[in-house]
Write a protein that binds this ligand. Structure first.
Ligand SMILES: *Cc1c(COP(=O)(O)O)cnc(C)c1O
Length: 232
């Protein structure tokens, strides 16, 4: 069943690439496995999927320890500074950096552990109250500030678009994030090459790809609906 889901998503990713005149290799599909048991991750891994996304540090670390070591783990959820030390050497990419203080902590930990950390800046493009991330206007000053920190590399931007009935409604959000990346690159900031756009989830990843996404984060479309139980 999971294999079929993955194939269906893969098919839609390819179709969106075709519509946009893009190469499939330009888009990385991240399987968002939060709340799902390791057996399900293993099943997808056995289909050849190596990119996994988790939104909680503890859950990522737990799964990291028991699943194959060639998996690339993406931390896509909000990151608290006191948890940074558990993750800097395990996540291949932290998608959710939205403050100088968090970036400083990541840099300090990376220096301590002698590792290099790749990050994305989370931008709350739609300025939703409930979401983390900096505003479009705050992104450039934040990037300028962080760019000088050792062992931390700004690779791109991430956004979580609003939940909408019709995915078309998020097209403008994705377009805005892409434009922001173009504007930032035009500044030629030392050490900064914004080449990753992490945008699009189950509901809207096809539109996101049409608008330039280089990473899409798909959970429900691959693993089925999540059951958070009574905890959330
Ligand atoms: C849960 C989550 C996703 C995946 O959501 P789906 O709608 O299940 O595809 C993507 N990005 C982030 C940041 C998430 O927390």
């Amino acid at each position: 069943m999971l294999r079929q889901n993955l194939e269906e998503v893969e098919h839609k990713v390819q179709a969106a690439c075709d519509r946009a005149g893009r190469k499939r290799s330009e888009v990385t599909l991240i399987a968002v496995s939060k709340t799902k048991p390791v057996e399900m991750l293993q099943e997808i891994y056995d289909c050849g999927q190596l990119e996994f996304g988790e939104n909680k540090v503890q859950e990522l670390v737990d799964k990291y320890q028991v699943l194959p070591s060639d998996i690339h783990w993406h931390l896509i959820g909000h990151l608290q500074r006191n948890k940074v030390k558990y993750i800097v050497d395990k996540a291949c990419l932290i998608h959710s950096v939205d403050s100088v203080r968090l970036a400083k902590t990541i840099s300090d930990e990376a220096v301590k552990k002698q590792c290099q950390v790749s990050i994305l800046i989370e931008v709350n493009v739609a300025e939703e109250e409930s979401k983390f991330g900096v505003s479009v206007e705050e992104a450039l000053p934040l990037i300028e500030e962080i760019s000088g920190y050792p062992n931390i590399h700004i690779e791109g931007l991430m956004t979580i678009a609003p939940f909408v009935e019709c995915p078309e409604d998020n097209r403008a959000v994705f377009r805005k994030l892409r434009q922001l990346s173009v504007d930032i690159n035009a500044k030629n900031i030392n050490n900064v090459n914004v080449h990753i756009l992490s945008m699009g989830m189950t509901n809207d990843y096809e539109v996101a790809i049409e608008e330039g996404a280089t990473m899409v984060r798909v959970g429900t479309g691959i693993f089925g609906a999540r059951n958070y139980g009574t905890a959330q």
